[in-house]
Design a protein. Structure first.
Length: 265
């Protein structure tokens, strides 16, 4: 008796050829909005990169998702993410005002923000928070630091200049158009280089406990629950990764620009 096979040899060969020639299944796309904020988020020659971006990409690869980046000034990125579901945003401070607006996926950076001046500005003297009220201070529109300056520091409105992004704030600061601005000593080297400044050319004059925080990857409440769960599970899978430790514990990985900046002057 002759045994019949379920498929003829030529059909099996065709199937094998199809499998070899078929393109690999691509990851699902996900919309991701961000601002330029070196060294955590950079944008050069059409490419998004940076320390925190590396964490986001690792998480999304784990989730089987492909980022479609959109780079905007912070205020626009925030408004898009706050008003549309299924749009990922990073790095965002987890403030009480934002808590109920977003699902918080995981931490993606650790900051110790302080107020800094140009060292050449010997006329600027800050020993306590109220001293900043006599100076022009810069921050980014819709950023947590701008909210802190208005609501906690009580900075006079006419002495508070809000810019669309940190790049513009630094441009004005380097030109002496701002007396003070807020940044993290671990995040300023790119801007120092851009404006041909040395670390000795800037001085942190005050560090404030409320300005020490972690920033997060987030997505609007009301987004697809399956997507939110998928992202959280992927983040849990990368929590021990070198990429994440580098941004959460910069003092242990040698990414501080200058240890002297960690002290208030």
């Amino acid at each position: 008796m002759q045994t019949k096979t379920s498929r003829q040899p030529w059909l099996l060969n065709l199937s094998l050829i199809w499998l070899l020639c078929a393109p690999a299944v691509s990851a699902e796309p996900i919309r991701v909005v961000l601002e330029v904020s070196p060294p955590h988020q950079t944008y050069n020659n059409g490419q998004v990169a940076g320390l925190s971006t590396a964490v986001v990409e690792l998480m999304l690869a784990q989730a089987g998702l492909q980022p479609r980046y959109e780079v905007y000034p912070w205020a626009r990125a925030f408004r898009l993410a706050a008003s549309h579901p299924n749009i990922l945003i990073y790095n965002m401070a987890r403030t009480p005002e934002r808590e109920g607006q977003f699902e918080w996926i995981g931490k993606v950076a650790s900051y110790q923000f302080g107020l800094l001046k140009l060292t050449s500005r010997r006329d600027i003297k800050v020993q306590q928070l109220s001293d900043i009220h006599q100076y022009v201070v810069g921050a980014q529109r819709d950023d947590f630091a701008a909210d802190w300056l208005k609501n906690v520091a009580k900075q006079p409105v006419h002495l508070l200049q809000l810019q669309p992004d940190v790049v513009e704030t630094w441009r004005l600061f380097a030109k002496g158009k701002l007396d003070l601005m807020i940044d993290d000593p671990n995040a300023i080297q790119t801007m120092l280089d851009k404006h041909q400044l040395a670390s000795a050319d800037v001085q942190f004059v005050l560090f404030v406990p409320e300005l020490r925080l972690d920033s997060w990857i987030a997505i609007k409440k009301g987004s697809d629950p399956a997507l939110v769960l998928r992202l959280r599970q992927a983040y849990a899978e990368i929590e021990g990764s070198p990429q994440l430790q580098k941004v959460l514990r910069p003092e242990l990985t040698g990414t501080l620009t200058d240890p002297a900046f960690a002290q208030a002057h």
